[in-house]
Design a protein around this ligand. Structure first.
Ligand SMILES: [Zn+2]
Length: 297
């Protein structure tokens, strides 16, 4: 499943190649993905210029002329592939994978034709992706966007905000950090890494980290590690832009699998300096949690 850093990488790739292009035509090859396509979807998008591409949590927000926003969520297996016209040498593919995304593959559901002769292909093997179009000025009340918590980035998520959002939450901190209303876009793998780096047990109750007055050092540490892990993963994603495989999506394990400290390392030694603990796996809310019982108190 694409996590926030992967979605951000897709956003950057799309922005680089299709910003300022006009959608001259759009082809839908089925009626729905996870939900039906909105009414008059093709008509609304045709002829619109792509102004810029933004992101909120794991939603791509493609800003169009005429005050419209095209929302796209990649679900489990969504992929965008861009194909140049073969003559101008632009934009070329930036995400690729065998037949999928060629524009004639078995899971290529949406094709946009651009004014420079290139095209964009949205493929989605398992069809959990979501597309919608709405008035940009109504974003605050959009049903999918209105309840999302702060972005896990500097400038959006602060220790004060996290502290407030964890107040009176009697659930393990691991589960709290996966709640999109508390903080947006943190997936299972990244939360395991963040808690290990911060030296916090995944089992500790969220509310126990909150002080009556002021901000606890542990919350400051968690926020610092959320920012660091997200920035590192996005940077790692940028360097793999030309080579983003994992066609079926299920094997997309995030962007720095070789540097995971705890994830998928049950029974192996903790990588932290001066810790000789052994990584343990437990299940919380049906998700695997990997942690080091020795340095995560
Ligand atoms: Zn350890």
């Amino acid at each position: 499943m694409p996590e926030l850093p992967e979605v951000e990488t897709v956003r950057r790739g799309l922005e680089k190649h299709i910003k300022n292009r006009v959608i001259v035509d759009i082809e839908l090859r089925r009626d729905n993905l996870r939900f039906p396509f909105p009414d008059k979807f093709e008509k609304t998008l045709s002829g619109k210029k792509i102004i810029k591409i933004e992101r909120r949590a794991k939603y791509l927000l493609i800003r169009l002329s005429g005050g419209k926003t095209w929302l796209c969520h990649l679900g489990m297996t969504g992929r965008w592939t861009l194909i140049g016209d073969g003559k101008k040498g632009v934009p070329g593919r930036f995400i690729h994978g065998a037949e999928i995304g060629s524009g004639s593959g078995p899971h290529d559901w949406v094709v946009i034709y651009l004014d420079d002769g290139g095209k964009g292909v949205y493929s989605d093997h398992r069809r959990f992706g979501i597309m919608d179009v709405f008035e940009t000025e109504e974003q605050e009340t959009h049903k999918l966007l209105k309840d999302i918590g702060p972005e896990p980035m500097p400038g959006s998520l602060t220790p004060e905000i996290l502290s407030n959002n964890l107040r009176k939450r009697r659930i393990p901190i691991k589960n709290a950090l996966l709640d999109q209303k508390i903080v947006a876009g943190l997936g299972n793998i990244y939360v395991c890494e963040i808690l290990n780096r911060a030296g916090i047990s995944p089992k500790i109750k969220a509310e126990s980290l909150v002080l009556k007055k002021g901000i606890s050092k542990r919350i400051e540490k968690i926020v610092f590690e959320i920012h660091s892990v997200m920035i590192e993963a996005i940077d790692a994603g940028g360097s793999t832009l030309q080579d983003f495989r994992g066609v079926d999506g299920d094997d997309a394990l995030g962007y720095f699998p070789n540097s995971f400290v705890v994830y998928g390392r049950e029974g192996q030694g903790c990588k932290k300096k001066s810790c000789n603990g052994t990584i343990k796996r437990i299940v919380q809310s049906n998700r695997s949690t990997f942690f080091c019982p020795k340095c995560q108190k």
